[in-house]
Design a protein around this ligand. Structure first.
Ligand SMILES: [Zn+2]
Length: 325
């Protein structure tokens, strides 16, 4: 199922992924329709007190936004990221030897949108894959940004390890990051850490040293595990891009998968299932009525419920400062 690329294709992953998409748009009707639909999609902007939220009406995302990701539902369906179950037209390019395959997402949110899946079927876990996230972000720079949705934070295949990659600069946080990050929380071992305590709280790391970044991430992971013990991994979404020979990693620690209004009935209901892209500043709304109704108050309410409570975030930042200095 790997695509044979023209000999003229440059060998870097960003160029190979871009060439894959060109081929797949021509040969795979579902993706062609998805790309055309996205070109005509409605968007609007909601100014928030400290950042910009764009809203995208994307009806083709209903499958993902309404996905049942409980263990029983997952066990009862064939895994749609395993090579054996991919559509006949789907092709991929390899990454990290034969460890991962880059695939086009047939229901794109970003102009170019890829799913980067492991070749073996194993659960969505960031702990042992973080360094691969860094390598992927470097390999697809400067064209794409990489993101990770935790198994209970928006991944629609929590049973099959995958990252996503998409058009750099699409999420508003990418251009707002330098303004939002504030003063450093700590500087250690070539890593600068930030803790942005606001309605959309996040921890960020900047470094040109992958090993040091991985160590910093492990400190964060352990601290979250201690503060909010779970059977599963700490809930989070992660964005990462590689720029001027350094990585920027944004981690959104989470408290909840979906806001209460997702489960409400009648007029109270809004189908918004937040994941990396939503937290990155582009809310994806699959229902037209919800797209028009979504307000700044809804977004504030959603963030209040799904992000870490302010006191827990403060403790997280404080402990992280201690570990990193
Ligand atoms: Zn699978």
């Amino acid at each position: 199922m790997l695509l044979e690329l023209p000999a003229t294709t440059p060998s870097d992953l960003a160029s190979r992924a871009h060439a894959l998409r060109e081929q797949q748009v021509r040969t795979w009707a579902l993706l062609g329709e998805g790309v055309t639909a996205l070109e005509h999609v409605q968007t609007r902007q909601i100014p928030m007190p400290d950042f910009t939220m764009r809203v995208q009406f994307n009806p083709r995302r209903i499958i993902s936004s309404a996905a049942k990701v409980d263990a029983k539902s997952i066990a009862q369906r064939p895994c749609f990221l395993c090579t054996a179950n991919l559509p006949a037209e789907q092709r991929g390019v390899s990454f990290n030897g034969d460890g991962y395959i880059v695939l086009c997402n047939p229901f794109p949110i970003l102009p170019e949108h890829f799913t980067v899946v492991t070749t073996d079927h194993r659960p969505q876990r960031i702990a042992d894959s973080f360094v691969e996230l860094l390598h992927l972000a470097a390999a697809v720079a400067p064209r794409y940004t990489v993101f990770y949705n935790g198994p209970k934070c928006g991944a629609s295949a929590p049973d099959h390890m995958h990252f996503q990659a998409g058009t750099r600069g699409f999420m508003t946080i990418e251009s707002e990051f330098d303004r939002l990050k504030g003063d450093p929380l700590a500087r250690n071992n070539g890593v600068t850490a930030y803790a942005c305590a606001c309605t959309r709280s996040f921890i960020a790391f900047e470094s040109s040293d992958a090993t040091a970044l991985e160590a910093a991430f492990r400190s964060l992971y352990r601290t979250l595990n201690d503060l909010v013990p779970l059977d599963d991994e700490p809930m989070m979404n992660v964005l990462c891009w590689f720029d001027s020979a350094a990585w920027k990693v944004i981690i959104f620690p989470r408290a909840k998968h979906r806001p209460a209004f997702y489960f409400a009935e009648g007029d109270e209901k809004l189908l918004l299932s937040p994941a990396s892209v939503d937290l990155g500043g582009v809310c994806i709304m699959p229902i037209e009525r919800d797209f028009h109704r979504l307000s700044a108050d809804h977004i504030t309410q959603m963030l209040k419920e799904v992000m870490l409570p302010p006191e827990t975030f403060r403790q997280l930042a404080e402990r992280l400062r201690h570990y990193l200095t």
